[in-house]
Design a protein around this ligand. Structure first.
Ligand SMILES: Cc1cc2nc3c(=O)[nH]c(=O)nc-3n(C[C@H](O)[C@H](O)[C@H](O)COP(=O)(O)O)c2cc1C
Length: 256
C-alpha cells in the first residue's frame, strides 16, 4: 500500500515526538536516499566522515536486531532500522593505501567518530520527520553492542553508537515536556544549581500527570527514584558499561 504522503503533516523540530508504532508501508528508495544524503550533510570532523550507517530492512536481520535491542517491538514494526557507527576502519584503510600512517584506533577517535555519527543521525532524523516519517532512537544499541557487531558484521574499527528506527507513524503521541530552558542554559559561565533552583526547575516534571502515573505504577515516592531504581538502575548501568568496554577492546578502540 502506498504511503499517504499528502495526508501526513510535515514535522518541524518543534513538533518532534518519538514514534514507537509504525504502519507496514515501505519507505521509498528515493526518499531513503535523500534522507541519508541529508545525514551526510552534517558537520563532521575534518570532513573525514569517520562514521558508517548500516541500513537494515531485511525482516530476518531486523528480528535478530530486535533480540539485541531488548525486544523493542518497533525494531520489527518499522520498515527501516539505521545503525550509526563510529568508523575509523574505512579511513584508516584508505590512509594505508596512500602511504599514510593512520593512528585512529584510540579513545580520542572513538569519541570524535561517535560525535560525527550522532550528528549524522540527528540530520537523518530531522529530514525523515520533514518528509512525514517518524523515528525513534534506540539506546539499547549500547546495552549489547557485541550482538549488534556480530549481526551487522562490523569489522575492527567500527563501533555501533546509536540506532534509529524509521517508518510511517501509526500513532501521534503527545509532545513530551522539557525542563525549562534555564535548566540547561548557563549565562556566560556554568551557574551551579542550589536545592532551591533544582526544586523550581524540576517542579513541572515532579507534578505532572505522567509522573503521578509512573509513581503509582512503580510504587515509588519520587520520580527521581523511577529513574535511579527502575529505568536506569545501577545493575543495568554497570552491565552495559562492561559490555561497551569489552566491545571497544574487541573493535580496537581501547587497549585490551
Ligand atoms: C540516545 C537515545 C536513546 C533512546 N533510546 C530509546 C529506547 O531504547 N527506547 C525508546 O522507546 N525510546 C528511546 N529514546 C527516545 C527517548 O525516550 C525520547 O526521545 C524522550 O523520552 C523524549 O521524547 P520525545 O523524543 O518524544 O520528545 C532514546 C532517545 C535517545 C536520544
Amino acid at each position: 500500500m502506498a504511503a499517504p504522503f499528502s495526508l501526513i503533516p510535515m514535522e518541524t523540530i518543534f513538533s518532534h515526538r518519538s514514534i514507537r508504532r509504525y504502519l507496514p508501508d515501505a519507505v521509498d528508495d528515493a526518499l531513503l536516499q535523500k534522507i541519508l544524503e541529508a545525514g551526510t550533510r552534517a558537520s563532521n570532523t575534518g570532513n573525514m566522515q569517520v562514521y558508517s550507517i548500516v541500513v537494515t530492512r531485511d525482516a530476518a536481520l531486523r528480528r535478530k536486531l530486535w533480540e539485541a535491542h531488548m525486544r523493542q517491538d518497533m525494531v520489527l514494526e518499522a520498515p527501516v532500522v539505521l545503525t550509526f557507527c563510529a568508523d575509523v576502519h574505512r579511513f584508516s584503510a584508505w590512509c594505508e593505501m596512500n602511504d599514510a600512517t593512520p593512528d585512529y584506533h584510540n579513545f580520542l577517535w572513538l569519541y570524535t567518530a561517535s560525535i560525527d555519527a550522532v550528528l549524522a543521525a540527528q540530520n537523518v532524523a530531522l529530514e525523515a520527520e520533514a518528509n512525514g516519517l517518524g523515528i525513534c532512537y534506540l539506546g539499547t544499541t549500547n546495552y549489547a553492542p557485541e550482538e549488534i557487531i556480530d549481526i551487522l558484521q562490523l569489522p575492527r574499527g567500527v563501533m555501533p553508537v546509536t540506532t534509529l528506527v524509521m517508518g510511517y507513524p501509526a500513532q501521534t503521541p503527545p509532545l513530551t515536556d522539557r525542563l525549562p530552558l534555564a535548566a540547561v542554559v548557563h549565562d556566560e559561565t556554568y551557574q551551579d544549581y542550589t536545592d532551591d533552583t533544582l526544586r523550581v526547575l524540576y517542579a513541572r516534571l515532579e507534578s505532572s500527570e505522567e509522573t503521578k502515573r509512573l509513581l503509582a505504577l512503580h510504587g515509588k515516592q519520587k520520580i527521581a527514584q523511577v529513574f535511579t531504581d527502575v529505568r536506569y538502575a545501577s545493575d543495568g548501568n554497570r552491565a552495559a558499561s562492561a559490555a561497551c568496554l569489552k566491545a571497544l577492546v574487541r573493535q580496537g578502540f581501547l587497549p585490551g
